[in-house]
Design a protein around this ligand. Structure first.
Ligand code: RB5
Length: 149
């Protein structure tokens, strides 16, 4: 199950990606927003990311104008590793090396076609573990208020 969330700027791209997920039979829950009316991205980020952290969903796909504001909000949720991506390589390796559980896309940055490719590679790339797990553990230590140095 994939959690979706957006602000008003990301709303049209979220709707495009819902059509794509329907076509490829990927199940999702939409945590808003539900119209192009002004809606603040932090609210959608927190709702969708809480669903990932509490186990209702496996990963989140978030959308705002740049993908950046909503990624900043998402990364404040403990246990979330969110990446704002606008190229294929980053969307792939944020899974392979960072075990990202949240992909953030900018509706004013990428078109629907590229967004579909980014979502596809994000959903189908496995985390490589190994030396990368050590680094993920270090990120968690920072999150827990511990010093790495
Ligand atoms: C909304 O106008 C815009 O600021 C927002 O969607 C996003 O781009 C922020 O990072």
């Amino acid at each position: 199950m994939i959690a979706l969330g957006s602000d008003h700027a990301g709303f049209p791209l979220k709707e495009e990606i819902k059509k794509y997920l329907d076509n490829v039979n990927v199940k999702y829950k939409d945590y808003g927003c539900y119209s192009p009316e002004r809606f603040d991205y932090a609210i959608a980020a927190q709702k969708a990311c809480d669903a990932v952290v509490n186990g209702d969903c496996d990963r989140a796909l978030l959308f705002c104008g740049t993908g950046i504001g909503i990624s900043m909000a998402a990364n404040k949720v403990k246990g979330i590793r969110a990446a704002a991506c606008s190229d294929y390589f980053s969307a792939k390796y944020t899974r392979a090396h960072n075990d990202a559980n949240c992909l953030c896309l900018g509706a004013r940055v990428v078109g629907a076609g590229l967004a579909q490719e980014l979502v596809d590679v994000f959903l189908h790339t496995e985390f490589e573990g190994g030396r990368h797990q050590t680094r993920i553990d270090q990120i968690a230590e920072i999150e827990n208020g511990n010093k790495l140095y």
